[in-house]
Design a binder for this molecule. Structure first.
Ligand SMILES: [Zn+2]
Length: 275
């Protein structure tokens, strides 16, 4: 599933193509992806709304129209791209939403597995209001991270995936951050020392920044808006490396299942011992 770096890359790629345009009309063939409002109201309401801005919150793409906000979650297989009206795109066979723009171009939302979600709301907080802090925001300090972790007895990996705890991390970057900070995914959060916590805080921010610089990890479905793959998959340290030597100590990386999610770790250098 696209995570913070992938969604950020999509937003950055689409922003210059959409801001200043107007959505003339919308059509869809899969109402199951439309959370709110219902189809007829969605089509009626979005027509004629100008695009003021594009931004990301967690893994959500927010397209600030006027007066509403169009919110899209790519989930597993969603792709967003802007192309000329008549043009054919590789991902068109899974297109379920088409937004006609005022410059002879279309914003298309392709989604093979149909897990993606589309919202048109007057207040974006109704969709993203419960999300935790943005890990790359200036306001996300080490002190804030420490305060949010305090008293959390849950295990680290599920906690990092909890979008109300921290917004934007998913399976890939959570594994990468835990490997980089040499912390075991099953370790209870409230057992971290100050030094552990400091390493984890910086590792989270480092792996996400690296993901953005490399324009996301195309390990499966994710593509940039121009259709090309990101490059972050080439620099992953532990995700997808089961059986290969740990890049830090040489011990084979193992894959375990935590909370139903495949989890990659080095059992030799991400050790958790009960004190
Ligand atoms: Zn290792």
């Amino acid at each position: 599933m696209p995570e913070l770096p992938e969604v950020e890359t999509v937003v950055r790629g689409l922003r210059p193509l959409l801001v200043g345009r107007t959505v003339l009309s919308a059509r869809y063939d899969w109402p199951g992806s439309l959370v709110t409002p219902d189809g007829p109201r969605f089509v009626a309401r979005i027509a004629g709304q100008p695009v003021r801005d594009l931004y990301r919150r967690g893994k959500y793409i927010l397209i600030a129209l006027d007066p509403d906000t169009l919110i899209i979650h790519l989930k597993m297989t969603g792709r967003l791209y802007v192309v000329p009206d008549e043009s054919v795109h590789d991902a068109d066979r899974w297109v379920h939403f088409i937004f006609q723009l005022d410059n002879g171009q279309q914003l298309r939302f392709s989604d093979a597995r149909k897990f993606g979600r589309v919202y048109l709301v007057d207040d974006p907080q109704t969709v993203v209001g419960a999300l935790g802090p943005e890990p790359l925001d200036e306001s996300f300090s080490l002190d804030l991270f420490r305060a949010r972790l305090r008293g959390r007895s849950g295990r680290l990996k599920p906690l990092l995936l909890d979008q109300t705890f921290l917004a934007g991390l998913g399976n890939i970057y959570a594994d990468e951050a835990l490997w980089a900070s040499q912390l075991h995914p099953l370790r209870p959060a409230n057992t971290l020392s100050d030094d552990d916590l400091n390493r984890l805080y910086h590792a989270i921010r480092d792996v996400l920044r690296n993901g953005i610089i490399r324009e996301g990890a195309s390990v499966n479905w994710y593509r940039k808006p121009d259709g090309a793959k990101g490059a972050a998959q080439d620099t992953l340290s532990v995700y997808g490396r089961a059986g290969l030597p740990c890049l830090r100590c040489g011990h084979p990386v193992t894959r375990i299942v935590v909370g139903g999610r495949g989890t990659h770790l080095c059992p030799a250098c991400q050790v958790w011992e009960l004190a």
